[in-house]
Design a protein around this ligand. Sequence first.
Ligand SMILES: [Zn+2]
Ligand SMILES: [Zn+2]
Length: 301
Amino acid sequence: MRLTVLGCYAATPRTLTNPTSQILEINNHMVLIDCGEGTQVELRRHKIKFSRINHIFISHLHGDHFFGLPGFISTMRLLGREKELHVYGPKGIKEAITLLLKLGDSWTNYPLLFHELSSKESELVFEDAKISVTTIPLDHRIYTNGYLFREKVGKRKLNIATAEEYGIDKAYYQNIKNGKDITLDNGEIIANSELTFDPPKPKSYAFCSDTIYDESLAAKIKDVDVLYHESTFLESEAELATKTKHATAMQAAKVAKVANVKTLVLGHYSTRYKSIELFKEEASTIFENVLLADDGKSFDF
Ligand SMILES: [Zn+2]
Ligand SMILES: [Zn+2]
């Protein structure tokens, strides 16, 4: 699982910082999470092919999380995209994008499919053989969801050395990978567990964009491998955080601790602070494994 941060700063694009946008590569899927201004430029900078993105998940309709989306959709048209593009986001996102396409008389020549969300409960929004995606309802100034991405358990891996020791014909290898036991010519049954290795443990990633500090969030993301939690402010601005329905680095760490996640990634920093290292220092007093998102940074989990 690989996370590439295209932008992770709050509020407005600046000379050296971009608003929220991330690419998550998970079990052969490449999804775009939020699409602030600058997303296209950063995708090009990282040589990420636009055509590999088929699913876009938007947390909420504040500009710093979706003002890059109309441009991205429009560029896909210019690049001659034919494949479906799925956009998940709050109710209203279809109207917003459609109005822009209509005014510019620039309808897409590829199927653009909106999946509008309005539930205040967590819901499954995408699932296939490889991954599932569920919403994480958040408490922000407007309707907002985070997203929880989970890999599905893969197939068991063949233990070729053991299979050869038993003299099992290669023709049965696919059956073994599919979980079947094997009966040898002498009638002996070899259990599948002896002929295979456990598949890798499926990974999970919780993206929690803008949200007020809410410890009940922990129950929804229990034991995930990686939690991205916003930390717009430091604890010295805790009052302002509550007022604007954002969180501090320390609050993000508290959620990570209660949820028992493996790794906490901080982001959505206010640019008022001298260094983002301050966010890590503060969160590390509560939670051990803290990483700092930064524009252009990739993490392999
Ligand atoms: Zn924001
Ligand atoms: Zn917001």
